[in-house]
Design a protein around this ligand. Sequence first.
Ligand code: FMN
Length: 354
Amino acid sequence: MYTLGKKFRFSLFGKSHARCVGCILEGVPQGTPVDYERMCQELALRRPSKGIGTDRVEKDLPEIVCGVANGIADGNPIIIEIANGDVDDSKYLPFAETPRPGHADLPALLDIPKFDICGGGQFSGRLTAAIVAAGSIAKDMLEAKDIRIGAFCRSIGDVKDNEGRTIADVDASKQYPTRACTAELDAKMNDCIMSARKDADSVGGVVECIIEGLPIGFGGIWFESLDAELARGMFGIPACKGVEFGKGFDITKMRGSQSNDAYRFDSDGKIITKTNNMGGIVGGMADGAPVVFRTAFKPTPSIGARQETVNLKTCENADLVIKGRHDPCIAPRAVSVVEAVTALILVDQMERGL
Ligand SMILES: Cc1cc2nc3c(=O)[nH]c(=O)nc-3n(C[C@H](O)[C@H](O)[C@H](O)COP(=O)(O)O)c2cc1C
């Protein structure tokens, strides 16, 4: 099992082609409402979309095995299982001999004890369904305190959205398969993904996440800082290759006089920042501006185009052509996962009193 959080502890289990994937959520206060309908809605947003997604049929009906009675947390650990509908692993058998470049096969096979890599095994994006299910409980807990999280696709390949989106824009993105904020961007991102798919290839993308409503000072310092824990959580999501906050790496091109976010009082006497280059976090704590960070997802490693690999049995160089169902772009599906991991981390920091 793989665990995130110290007091509000999320542990992930299962495999892509096993009976189920699932999670255990510890530290949910007794009496917390658990909204099953919302959990299903969040899972529906993670599901592959026709055209730009894998052909895999993912029904994703979560079963709350323990910890909830009549929609209320009873103080026990909450155990959620999500059955795997499609467990035919025949298309994955060749990877035990000829590992997929860019996927986890090679290190997983050579590690001792050996991992099961059928269907991607424990490395599969399928496990993110359990993250999204638990994240829906965390989101409800945050929204009860007026803290809202919203993520969207900021870019796919070369197709880029502008900065300055708000949670209201993000709400609109839920209607678009690419999770872009506008119909125009959705069409362009869709074309970019379909063009990669036509070439038996894949494409990467950036998911931007916004958190609104954190009180000034929310978060910890040093290794418990809000940005440190969010970044660690994001890097736990398969295919994440980078995380940046606010202006991110571009801040190095600015001078301090440009990058510092000036403080002002607004007409209600509330402290605000004039800009948001820091992405809403200074010293590891929220500074009152929306927290804004971006997570880079690499192109899907399993592609139909011919690739060079090695044959671990014959110890010869080999070619690999991958068949089976794969997303030509991970980023649109990762949007819900980024939101869920963010929610789990925020509730853990909240429960730890940071
Ligand atoms: C939601 C989601 C869906 C994914 N779908 C696929 C897929 O269809 N095919 C694939 O090869 N990788 C897919 N991945 C990525 C792999 O799981 C990941 O690249 C692999 O485990 C290697 O880990 P790494 O990329 O973090 O190094 C997906 C990841 C996520 C988050």
